[in-house]
Design a protein around this ligand. Sequence first.
Ligand code: SF4
Length: 314
Amino acid sequence: MREKIINISLANPRGFCAGVERAILIVEEALKKYGAPIYVRNEVVHNSYVINNLKQKGAIFVNNIEKIPPGSHIIFSAHGVSKAIRVSADKFNLIPIDATCPLVTKVHNEVHRLHSDNYHIVMIGHKGHPEVEGTMGQIEKNSPMASIHLIESIDDVKNLPIISTEKVSYVSQTTLSVDDTSKIIDALKLKFPDIKEPKSSDICYATQNRQDAVKAMLAHQDLIFVVGSINSSNSNRLAEIANQHKVKAILIDDMSLFDPSILNNKKNIGITAGASAPEILVQQLISEIKKFSNIHLSEINGIEENVIFKLPVI
Ligand code: SF4
């Protein structure tokens, strides 16, 4: 295969967003200040390389905060947490450090406002995702008008138990497909013509930009690699976009699993990375490809991101 040249195009922007960088820094700063171990509820961001790295530095990731020794620090992940988790942390005498992405907090604040204005809230998102659990959990289940309903598809719109004359609003998970979500929103508007919309999209800038960057390079690629973990919502959406446009996409986060046979008959390959995937993994993937073929590498121009989120007091 050596005489062959593969053209590799790198999507821009790709990889870490400001919320992920901030969350990782929060764990590292907490480790520096308080020493190991530092407890983190769930994966602070959905990337196995990042998680293993933080584990080696002394972070312990737990699902159940009841098992954490009282008096310990507990970091809430970038996906945010429900009110009940905050109450539990308090009950178990834990000291919280909040790594919730400010753009997720913005959605939480929307939910609080809508709930106090007596709106039924429709949440567009993926069942079981920690961000969805955290956002829906902003409303206490036994509060007088706890009306928040998760929908995942257009089909779910017709089953919503809300009368069309009632006050209705919607919010969404920050890492959804922009195109699929806009179709669901159209269906919501058809059923609830007066539905209250968020002032600006809840889908975050990083999700939007990475999806636009993949779309911009699709036309010329035989294959797209999406560097990202299987549980990363925004990475999965990037692969879906390629597949929807009939370009094969492979989600990869462990380069030891790289299968060179995938390069057969491929001349043009695109690489992108989800918002929680570090650039080192992109470079490892390029090195793997180089073992089996000569390459020509080019960066595709894309929107420049300069978003930075301040760290909380740690
Ligand atoms: S993907 Fe968006 S919402 Fe999620 S952490 Fe990054 S900036 Fe925040």
